[in-house]
Design a protein around this ligand. Structure first.
Ligand code: PEP
Ligand code: MG
Length: 847
């Protein structure tokens, strides 16, 4: 039985529960929603907005509970013949969604007859049929199929009446009551609730509703409806885009794209500009007025009712990442919004999308397989087949491509660690595609020619070729191609808007942002992004080059100090050249070089082939080399002979590195660079370690000064990455110019959680709510954060001017940056591609 008038609908609200939207009405976003407020602004601007009434959140909540406002009074506010209304949702933030609009409420037999006389039978039939369909499907939730098949209002009415066993409601109050109730309840439904909560809506988010008199886009003369926006949604550049469809209403022009025409005159075909140049000009003025008064680029929904323009709605123009940056910057440049607001309007993570590398167009491309271009950008890396392997690669600082049949939430961790994602299944909205776009990661999905065997750790290409874990490929997420080997890529094009935003961030932020950069390429990129220096140069990466690895291995295998000295003598000029180049590139900015950190056996081969080659290079028996490698194995290498322990046990290594740094300082300065070297001691646990290493470094500095006759400054500091170092930061700071918190190891050691293996159970831990988030990605403010605060406080107390920094992965995470800023840190240091994100996040933290 159709529940329209009886039962709950008869319970009336005490107050009117609605308000006409006039220039002076008390309309609030927090009470009536975003759409109602926006319509009021359009009305205040004098735009031709049809008469509108707003229902606040409270009324809609009451409607869901069975209490209806006095609809007869509401309807009496409107004039018009016939009385046709639309109902649209108005949540507090457009992103929180809301039920779809229902148009032409009030359409009944009488209105149909009246419209047949005025607009003609065709238009009247079309309107009535559409309303019955929408009432049946969206409001009464009847099966849509029979209604879509019905071609006349009469047929549709018969189907309706047969389904609900009641006549099709004729009174506008009955129709409106049913639509209101259905929208109010849809908002309370579980799926709508979950969807908006995913967009950040609070649990008690309200829904407002907006009733508007229909401006008919159907009838004699020039009538129709359309959508217009004044910027390109991909680039944010000024451009009038949109569609218009004659004899149509609502968003028909977007649905029936084949029949719709463009807005602007160009080569693509007929346009509204040709058809109705006056109206087109008026629309341009509307766009300009919206931009200035609403301080935003708006997408405007309009109707042309017998040649007269009506503005039905305006929403924030949908936009891609690049466009959101361009629009914010252009509004600020034109003085429409202050720069601080432009900075706040861009989510820091959005910047990653602008930073994609592209395949060098001149590079040779050998296509292995094609799929869907699911997320733009190009990346080179070694194939891995699961998250654990991806995370292991990341911890070795090795680029990898995650190759999966398809991805699930369990793979997100691996995606974070990978440079790109390739899947056999899925499309442009599959899990892999959506997540990859969110992360700004190149992604190719639906590469259907692939056969992936995760267990055998191999993938078979369409031509039968087999690729194995560790093989290098290039993923081009912009074209959907997967290419053989490492194809040359180009730096992303970073345009003026991006540069403006970076500059404005620099003007307001009060915490430094440095880069973790080990190579010339990293340093160059970091300079492009305008870093404040290098906060972490991991020197071990400099020894993995093929030419150097052998010398490194000779050094490791040396039995006597003099043999070791000879090998180090050969490594010295290589290191010196590395540093000279880095210092020249970073001239004028500090460069913090970390002395060798990883366990030495990481430099030794683990497979037979490599061991044999090493035996040949060293001219030693294979058995001896094997035995030495085995003897160097540790049960727990991350807690073993690494970091400063190497510096204490084998001091010649750090001495060589210190000498290389000082000689490079002299060389770079001779070449005109301004160099400020900082030397960082890793994995410190005790003050004495620092004293011992620092004394040697100082002695080398004195020697180099004497040898070269050149004076230079330098600073020696430590990485705080063991809990003990954080607790004893006071005494450690006495001999350290800076304390740089290495939150990767500090997290590992605070939790007792292997950073290389935690991926195996992290998703279970997060799913079960054991940890709110992966602590290796977002700083654990409660635990690790407390160590940071303690360390910072104790360090500062002992040495007021000690520099405080964070250089773990968290250095690129907006929340962690805000934490460091509040803790009074001087800078954060993160990977080069995170630098723009960190700069913007740092700026936002001050606003
Ligand atoms: C750290 O431990 O946080 C750090 C920056 O050093 P690495 O990642 O090289 O261990
Ligand atoms: Mg570390």
């Amino acid at each position: 039985m159709l529940q329209l008038h009886n039962g709950e609908a008869q319970v009336m609200l005490d107050t009117p529960g609605f308000i006409e939207v006039t220039p002076t009405a008390d309309i609030k976003v927090t009470r009536h929603g975003n759409r109602a407020k926006c319509l009021q602004r359009l009305i205040r601007m004098g735009l031709p907005v049809p008469q509108t009434v707003a229902l606040p959140f409270r009324t809609v909540r009451d409607i869901a509970d069975g209490k209806m406002p006095d609809l007869a009074t509401l309807i009496s506010l409107f004039d018009g013949q016939p009385m046709l209304l639309s109902l649209r949702s108005s949540s507090e933030t457009a992103d929180w969604g809301g039920p779809n609009a229902v148009l032409n409420i009030g359409m009944n037999d009488k209105a149909h007859a009246w419209l047949s006389n005025t607009l003609g039978d065709v238009a009247a039939d079309k309107l009535y049929l559409r309303f019955i369909r929408s009432f049946a499907i969206d409001v009464m939730r009847l099966d849509e199929e029979p209604f879509l098949e019905a071609q006349t209002p009469l047929e549709a009415r018969e189907i309706f009446e047969a389904e609900v066993d009641d006549p099709f409601p004729q009174a506008i109050t009955d129709q409106l009551a049913a639509v209101l109730r259905s929208m109010a309840r849809a908002w309370e439904g579980t799926s709508a609730r979950l969807l908006r909560q995913a967009q950040g809506a609070p649990a008690d988010a309200g829904l407002g509703l907006v009733v508007q008199r229909m401006a008919q886009g159907m009838g004699p003369g020039q009538s129709g409806s359309g959508i217009v926006q004044f910027v390109n949604p991909n680039t944010g550049e000024p451009q009038v885009t949109g569609r218009y469809l004659g004899q149509a209403m609502g968003r028909d022009a977007l649905i029936d794209r084949d029949k719709a025409i463009y807005l602007t005159r160009d080569a693509r075909g007929p346009s509204l500009q040709d058809l109705l140049p006056e109206v087109y000009r008026e629309l341009l003025e509307v766009g300009e007025a919206c931009r200035k008064r609403l301080r935003e680029e708006m997408q405007v929904e309009f109707t042309i009712d017998q040649g007269r323009l009506a503005i039905l709605d305006a929403v924030r123009c949908p936009r891609e990442a690049r466009a959101s940056v361009a629009i914010a910057a252009s509004l600020a440049r034109d003085g429409v919004i202050p720069r601080s607001e432009a900075l706040l309007r861009v989510a820091p993570g959005t910047l990653s999308h602008l930073l994609h590398r592209q395949i060098d167009p001149r590079a040779k491309r050998t296509v292995l397989v094609r799929g869907i271009a699911a997320s733009p950008g190009a990346a080179v890396g070694k194939i891995v087949f699961d998250s654990a392997a991806a995370q292991a690669s990341q911890s070795r600082d090795e680029a990898c491509i995650l190759v999966r049949r398809e991805t699930t939430p369990d793979d997100v961790r691996g995606m974070h660690a990978a440079q790109a994602v390739l899947t056999e299944r899925g499309g442009s909205t599959s899990h892999a595609a959506v997540i990859a776009r969110g992360l700004g990661l190149p992604c190719v999905t639906g590469a259907t020619g692939l056969r992936i065997s995760g267990t055998k750790r191999r993938v078979t290409l369409p031509d039968g070729t087999i690729l194995r874990e560790g093989d290098e490929i290039t993923v081009d997420g912009s074209s959907g191609e997967v290419l053989a080997g490492a194809v040359a890529t180009q730096e992303p094009a970073i345009d003026g808007a991006f540069g403006d935003l970076m500059k404005w961030s620099d003007d307001v932020r009060d915490i430094g942002v440095r880069a973790n950069a080990d190579t010339v390429a990293d340093a160059t990129l970091s300079r492009t992004f305008g870093v404040d220096g290098i906060g972490l140069c991991r020197t071990e990466h400099m020894f993995f080059d093929s030419g150097r690895l052998t010398v490194m291995r000779e050094m490791i295998f040396a039995e006597t100090p003099s043999d070791r000295a000879a090998a180090l003598e050969r490594l010295l000029p290589m290191q010196r050249d590395d540093f000279t180049e880095l210092f020249q590139l970073m001239s004028g900015l500090p460069v913090c070089i970390r002395l060798l950190d990883p366990p030495l056996h990481e430099f030794l081969p683990s497979e037979n082939e490599g061991i044999r080659a090493l035996a040949e290079a060293l001219d030693r028996p294979l058995s001896e080399v094997k035995a030495r490698i085995e003897a160097m194995q540790e049960y727990n290498p991350m807690l073993g002979m690494r970091g400063v322990r190497l510096g204490i046990a084998l001091p010649e290594i750090y001495e060589m590195q210190a000498r290389a740094i000082f000689e490079a300082t002299v060389a770079a300065r001779a070449a005109g660079a301004q160099t400020m070297p900082e030397i960082m001691i890793p994995l410190v646990t005790a003050r004495r370690e620092v004293e011992l290493v620092k004394r040697r470094i100082d002695a080398i500095a004195t020697a180099v000064r004497e040898e070269t006759g050149q004076d230079f400054d330098y600073r020696v500091g430590v990485m705080v990455e063991t809990p003990r170092a954080a607790l004893r930061a006071g005494e450690i700071a006495e001999t350290s110019a800076f304390l740089s918190f290495g939150t990767n190891d500090l997290t590992q050691m605070t939790y007792g959680l292997s950073r290389d293996d935690a991926g195996r159970f992290m998703s279970a831990y997060v799913n079960e709510g054991v940890y709110p988030e992966d602590p290796f990605r977002t700083l654990d403010v409660d635990g690790v954060g407390e160590l940071l605060l303690l360390g910072a406080q104790r360090g500062r107390k002992a040495r007021a001017n000690v520099t405080l920094a964070l250089c773990g992965e968290h250095g690129g995470n907006p929340e962690s940056i805000a934490f460091c800023r509040l803790a009074g840190f001087d800078y954060v240091s993160c990977s080069p591609f995170r630098v723009p994100v960190a700069k913007l996040a740092a700026a936002q933290a001050t606003l």
